[in-house]
Design a protein around this ligand. Structure first.
Ligand code: PLP
Length: 372
């Protein structure tokens, strides 16, 4: 079966892990610090801390805003559940907004009707790595949390996604563009927020004994700034991250190569819509390739591809349609339409040239079978 998402790890990652093991330091330590520095350097971030997942990074990001309980945070309904969970776990209310059908991104237009006097923040998700139009959204004057889980290599103007709002988060799970296994991280240009983030990630402890040993006598004593779980990464993960970071340009080039072939080939098919490319002042990350059918054959296509050994999926099932969020009364028509007509097809660094050609051939074959 050809998988829909994937990553490429190998000798370089093993080599980095080997040195951590040889140095007998596998928990959080020098490799984590180095990954944080190198990642910041690559994206031109003022500061960045690594955490154990993108989901927990979202949780921490919202905590950092210190919003009063009951505050409303607007987010796209067409996103991963962690986005809404992070809001609920911070005693705030997720308010779901529709997305633009072409870009799968939240817009100023879809946000505006959802704003109330309780709205305190907007969480944007750069879907597939296509940058959200942040300049227009900034006009609302609300806090902006940027979920750049798909957008590690995306840019708006000269700035990397994640570094433009109040707080940005990244995910480095096993299928992301920079794949670690389970990891993520948080960035902000606000020094106070980053100081707090560093304390929070380690059970709310201001300084670890090790850090404090150079500055005080009883270094084992600590201050706790808040109640918070432990969300720290480790040096084995950071080792993989360092190797992936060195390969990121190459990995991105290959994603773009596949993307461009798909764009060319699928533009010829009148029965499906291809995803939007980056606009002039933007850079895309090509995390996933999302097609929309303009007929009712999406499930048939998914099943046809499955039978032919090609795995596909739908990212995402609109959150407002899941009963736990008490939002099933909302009608968010673009997201609901995508729920019926959208499909993510394989794009990742482990696809071979033969896989790419086979996927294209099989999709075209399906069109012919149904006279589309
Ligand atoms: C948009 C988005 N945000 C957040 C996350 C959570 O990241 P993680 O899997 O690292 O917890 C994901 C994961 O797929 C995601 O797609």
């Amino acid at each position: 079966m050809i998988s829909v998402f994937g990553s490429k790890v190998g000798k370089e990652e093993l080599e980095e892990i080997r040195t951590s093991i040889e140095n007998q330091w596998i928990g959080i330590g020098p490799k984590t610090k180095l990954f944080e520095e190198k990642f910041s350097e690559r994206l031109g971030l003022n500061d960045f801390i690594m955490l154990d997942s993108g989901s927990n990074s979202l949780y921490l990001a919202i905590k950092l805003l210190s919003l009063p309980a009951g505050s409303e945070i607007i987010l796209p309904t067409f996103t991963w559940i962690s986005c809404a969970t992070a809001i609920v776990l911070n005693n705030c209310k997720p308010v779901f907004a529709d997305i633009d059908i072409e870009t799968q991104n939240i817009t100023a237009g879809t946000i505006a009707p959802m704003i109330t006097d309780k709205t305190k923040a907007i969480m944007v998700v750069h879907y597939a790595g296509k940058p959200v139009k942040l300049n227009e959204i900034k006009e609302f004057g609300l806090h902006i949390i940027e979920d750049a889980a798909h957008a590690v290599d995306s840019k708006i103007g000269g700035k990397y996604c994640g570094s433009i709002g109040d707080i940005g988060i990244y995910s480095f799970d096993g299928v992301k563009n920079l794949a670690i296994g389970e990891a993520g991280g948080v960035t902000s240009n606000n020094k106070e927020l980053m100081k707090k983030a560093k304390a929070l990630r380690y059970c709310g402890i201001e300084k670890s004994g090790f850090e404090a040993s150079t500055t005080k006598n009883r270094w084992w004593e600590y201050n706790v700034v808040d109640f918070f779980p432990k969300l720290i990464p480790d040096d084995i993960s950071a080792s993989i991250g360092l190797a992936q970071l060195r390969k990121l340009d190459e990995l991105q080039e290959y994603r773009k190569y596949i993307w461009d072939i798909y764009q060319d080939e699928f533009a010829k098919l009148s029965w499906l819509n291809i995803p939007r490319d980056a606009d002039e002042n933007e850079r895309h990350s090509y995390f996933t390739y999302f097609i929309r059918l303009n007929n009712d054959k999406r499930d048939d296509l998914a099943n046809y591809l499955y039978e032919k050994g090609i795995y596909t999926t739908l990212r995402y099932q609109p959150l407002h349609m899941i009963p736990i969020y008490n939002s099933t009364h909302l009608k968010l028509k673009n997201s609901e339409l995508l729920n019926e007509t959208g499909l993510n097809i394989p794009i990742h660094p482990n696809l071979s040239e033969d896989d790419i050609r086979y996927i294209i051939k099989t999709i075209k074959e399906f069109g012919r079978k149904y006279n589309l």
